[in-house]
Design a protein around this ligand. Structure first.
Ligand code: SAM
Length: 285
C-alpha cells in the first residue's frame, strides 16, 4: 500500500470525467464500479449530508477523480481517501493539489482497517463502488473502530433495502439497523453520473453514534441467531434455527417464550423480536 501526501500546487477547475480520463488516455473500468459523479450541486448535497466541520475527520472510499473529495476537503479537517485503481492516482494528485488535508491511500478498502488511520471519531462519505456495497458495510460495521456516521451513495434499490422495516427485512438491513439509524436523505438521477449507470441512486445516511438498537449480551452470538434465521430464504424460522444445533423442542419453546410464531419468516421480524428470540434461546432451561 502506498500513502501519498499531496503537495500544494494550484487549484484545478472541475472537468467532465470523460475529458479528464481522455486527457490521461484512460477509460472508466466497469469492473471497479466506476461511475463518476460530476454534478457539482449533487456533490455539494452529499457532502452537506455528512455535516462536516473543521474538527471532523473523514474516510472517503473510492475518490475516483476527486470530485467528491474536493467538497469533503473544503469542510473537514482531514480526509483519508482510499482508491484501488492505481491508474487514477496521478489524476487524483493533480485534481487535489491545493488540499494538503487530503491523504491518498492506494489500496482495497476491504483490506484496510480504519483504526490504522483514525484514532478518534471519523465519518465515512462515499459514492461507493456498487459491486461491493454490502461487503463495505459489513467490513466497516464489523471493524473494531466504527465510524460515527456514514453517508453513502448507493443504488436506489439498495437504499430501500437498507431502510426497510419488518416485512421486508434482510440480513444486511438487520445488521445495519442494529448499529445505526438509517435514513434516505436524497435521490440522484442516473444522469448525474458518467458513465451513466442503468439505475437511479440514493444517498443513505447511517448514524452510528448511539448505542445499538437493542441490548444483547453478546453481539456475535446474537448475529449467529439472526444469520441462521435468514439462512434459507423461504423457510420458516423454526426450521432455519435448527441449524444452530438446538433440538426442535428447544427452538419451539424459545420461540413461544419470545412470543414469535415459528411459522414466520425472518424478513418479518423486528430487531426487538430478534433480541427476544436470541435471549430465549440462550436462557432456555
Ligand atoms: N468518488 C468518485 C465520484 O463520486 O465520482 C468515484 C466513485 S465510483 C462509483 C467508485 C470508486 O471506487 C472508483 O474510483 C473505483 O476505482 C473505486 N473502488 C472500487 N473498488 C474499490 C475498493 N475495493 N477499494 C477502494 N476503492 C475502490
Amino acid at each position: 500500500m502506498v500513502i501519498r501526501r499531496l503537495a500544494i500546487t494550484n487549484n484545478h477547475p472541475a472537468m467532465h470525467p470523460k475529458h479528464l480520463l481522455e486527457r490521461h488516455g484512460l477509460v472508466a473500468k466497469k469492473s471497479l464500479g466506476q461511475n463518476f459523479l460530476y454534478d457539482e450541486a449533487v456533490l455539494a448535497r452529499i457532502a452537506a449530508a455528512a455535516d462536516l466541520a473543521a474538527g471532523d475527520e473523514a474516510l472517503e472510499i473510492g475518490p475516483g477523480l476527486g470530485a467528491l473529495t474536493r467538497h469533503l476537503a473544503q469542510t473537514a479537517g482531514r480526509v483519508i481517501a482510499v482508491e484501488l485503481d492505481d491508474r487514477l492516482l496521478p489524476i487524483l494528485e493533480e485534481q487535489l493539489a491545493g488540499y494538503p488535508n487530503v491523504t491518498l491511500v492506494h489500496g482495497d478498502i476491504l483490506e484496510i482497517d480504519p483504526a490504522a488511520y483514525f484514532t478518534g471519531p471519523y465519518k465515512v462519505v462515499a459514492n461507493v463502488p456498487y459491486y461491493i456495497t454490502g461487503a463495505i458495510l459489513r467490513h466497516l460495521l464489523a471493524g473494531r473502530h466504527k465510524p460515527t456516521l456514514m453517508v453513502l451513495t448507493v443504488q436506489q434499490e439498495v437504499a430501500e433495502r437498507l431502510s426497510a422495516g419488518p416485512g421486508d427485512m434482510s440480513l444486511l438491513a438487520a445488521s445495519v439497523q442494529f448499529y445505526g439509524q438509517v435514513s434516505v436523505v436524497d435521490g440522484i438521477k442516473a444522469g448525474a453520473f458518467w458513465p451513466r449507470p442503468e439505475v437511479d441512486s440514493a444517498v443513505v445516511r447511517i448514524d452510528l453514534a448511539g448505542r445499538p438498537a437493542v441490548d444483547v449480551a453478546d453481539e456475535e452470538g446474537f448475529f449467529r441467531v439472526v444469520k441462521a434465521g435468514f439462512s434459507q430464504k423461504r423457510k420458516q424460522l423454526q426450521k432455519n434455527l435448527l441449524s444452530l444445533g438446538y433440538t426442535r423442542e428447544e427452538v419451539q419453546q424459545a420461540l413461544d417464550k419470545a412470543g414469535v410464531a415459528g411459522q414466520r419468516r425472518a424478513e418479518t421480524l423486528s430487531l426487538e423480536e430478534w433480541a427476544a428470540v436470541y435471549q430465549c434461546l440462550i436462557n432456555r432451561s
